[in-house]
Design a binder for this molecule. Structure first.
Ligand code: ATP
Length: 240
């Protein structure tokens, strides 16, 4: 279980961005984290992945753990080695590297022999990347770059994968493909934490969901309950 308990995050010693967030993700689960712009979702994710330092942020209370082991004092690479992969907002692929070079970066912890097997596994999961393995990543479409970013994170064989807005800016067809891919990755045994502005997409595949407001997780419920909730329908699903 990947868990966050009563977390508080502060930037530059003054800006309180997360002020009491708790959630948990099991390996067999897709968990959605919803919330308006500025609610603190990305900050929560940074706290879970050892990436607060580079943004001049700090955890000032609470903890992050994986199967009871504390994660919140670890570096970003140590969090990856502990089994938590991530795709941060904005598909940060290396645009001047080829597809395969990008994947190689994600698999840097693997031994050379293991690396070939990992390439095969990722290419099996993402045929579009297999066809374009020698293409410079900057020439891929936005959706293909998002797939590459996800494929790169999967190169470390994560037990959990954290995704920040994977559907942002993508055409509806591509959003569908990314959604199917998330379901497939989860079915193969990786727990998913999915941050999405596209609440309809997230709740269509999630088992469970949380809503974050002003740095606090204010709702914690099964996805079907959230889908049926009048406030969620009005504010996040644009219904009613
Ligand atoms: P979005 O969907 O826009 O990414 P979010 O829910 O992910 O929103 P965060 O990006 O976590 O929200 O932002 C939470 C609050 O923290 C916001 O008020 C934001 O301005 C602030 N914040 C984020 N990063 C920093 C930073 N590096 N330094 C100072 N304040 C920050």
């Amino acid at each position: 279980m990947l868990a966050v308990h009563n977390l508080e995050v502060v930037y530059e010693d003054v800006m309180l961005a997360v002020r009491g967030a708790s959630l948990s993700v099991g390996r067999d689960r897709i968990v959605a984290l919803l919330g308006a712009n500025g609610a603190g979702k990305t900050s929560l994710l940074r706290a879970m992945t050892g990436l607060l330092d580079v943004h001049r942020g700090k955890i000032t209370q609470g903890e992050v753990s994986i199967d009871g082991r504390k994660l919140d004092t670890r570096s970003a690479s140590s969090v990856v080695r502990a089994g938590v992969g991530q795709v941060m907002e904005g598909r940060r692929v290396f645009v001047e590297f080829t597809v395969e070079e990008n994947l190689r970066v994600g698999g840097h912890t693997a031994a050379a022999k293991g690396l070939e097997e990992k390439f095969d596994r990722i290419y099996g999961m993402f045929p579009v990347l297999a066809d374009r393995r020698s293409t410079i990543a900057g020439y891929l479409s936005g959706g293909e770059q998002q797939m590459l970013a996800i494929g790169r994170a999967m190169m470390s064989d994560p037990e959990y994968l954290l995704l920040d807005e994977p559907s942002l800016g993508l055409a509806p067809k591509m959003v569908e493909r990314i959604r199917d891919l998330i379901v497939e990755i989860n079915a193969a045994g990786t727990g998913i934490l999915l941050i999405e502005q596209n609440a309809a997409m997230a709740l269509s595949i999630a088992h469970h969901g949380y809503v974050m407001e002003n740095g606090i997780t204010v709702m914690d419920a099964a996805a079907e309950k959230l889908r049926a909730d009048a406030d969620i329908q009005e504010f996040y699903l644009g219904i009613g």
